[in-house]
Design a binder for this molecule. Structure first.
Ligand SMILES: Nc1ncnc2c1ncn2[C@@H]1O[C@H](COP(=O)(O)OP(=O)(O)OP(=O)(O)O)[C@@H](O)[C@H]1O
Length: 267
């Protein structure tokens, strides 16, 4: 008996950019082309990192996906829908976590749930779950001023997860931390990703950070930002800090560095 033909199941991407351009009007009236013809798709559950020199448009790309900025042309889709504005389905972590100093750690994590009118009993359970995953379960009743910079950033990460976002966007989340804390935070974030299966896009200046965290690394040229390379990082999971010293890791880092240098731009 002939079976009816069914098309192969193609999983819809979590999000994607197609021929994206962004032009800013500068104060003197000239045009600043921030992004030129950017296009790539990201799978559900993928951790994609974006690396490139200062001013190449990484934050702009992230802000367009978050619906905080509009593209000049091209399309951006999230879960199969065009992005037209900010979405509840996206959690964002910026370089500085911007915590409210008069609220406890737990109360800070609950802010997005309160804003969205969620059931606070359920939200509190979720908040404690994520505080535990970032290692801060014993700090729930402390105030931000009692925490180190790395701990404050972890609060920001737990807060971004509290509404169970479809997608987590991170803009240089560890850029203000010292090198050792940054490594620890990379490991923590990697574990969090392994446990939650979240789809994450993280932008960074650091090539080792991009390789350590990324399933794929998107490499961008100096302004106007274009994608010059997309690297599949075939390193085993879970990743460990020991891997940073391996030849394979070093090969990925030097390959991306060479690409950035060829494009004219490491800062
Ligand atoms: N609101 C704006 N008005 C005018 N120009 C802007 C605006 N926002 C960004 N730009 C310009 O667009 C370009 C890209 O900026 P963007 O912040 O996205 O770069 P970036 O790669 O994130 O930089 P960095 O790594 O230094 O944070 C820069 O030249 C910047 O000056």
């Amino acid at each position: 008996m002939n079976m009816p033909w069914t098309p192969p199941q193609v999983e819809a991407p979590a999000f994607g950019f197609h021929r994206l351009q962004k032009v800013f009007r500068s104060k003197d009236g000239g045009d600043v082309i921030a992004l030129r013809d950017v296009g790539f798709d990201v799978r559900q559950g993928e951790f994609v990192t974006v690396v490139g020199p200062s001013g190449c448009g990484k934050s702009t790309l992230l802000r367009i996906l978050a619906g905080l900025e509009r593209a000049s042309s091209g399309t951006v889709s999230l879960g199969g829908q065009a992005v037209t504005g900010p979405s509840r389905d996206i959690g964002v972590v910026f370089q500085a976590p911007v915590l409210l100093p008069w609220r406890t750690v737990l109360q800070n994590v609950l802010v997005p749930a309160q804003i969205q009118g969620r059931d606070m009993k359920v939200a509190t359970e979720r908040a404690m779950h994520y505080l535990t995953l970032v290692g801060l379960e014993n700090f729930a009743t402390k105030y931000p001023g009692e925490l180190s910079g790395g701990m404050q950033q972890r609060v920001g990460i737990a807060r971004a997860f509290v509404n169970d976002p479809m997608l987590l966007l991170m803009d240089e989340p560890f850029g203000a931390l010292d090198a050792m804390t940054r490594e620890t935070m990379n490991l923590e974030l990697h574990k969090l990703k392994e446990r939650t299966g979240a789809t994450i896009m993280l932008v960074t200046h650091s090539i080792p950070e991009a390789v350590f965290l990324g399933d794929r690394v998107v490499v961008m040229s100096p302004r106007p930002g274009r994608v010059t390379q997309i690297v599949d990082v075939d390193l085993p999971h879970p990743r460990s800090l020991d891997m940073i010293n391996t030849d394979r890791f070093g090969t990925y880092v030097s390959g991306i560095r060479a690409n950035l240098n060829a494009a004219g731009g490491l800062d």
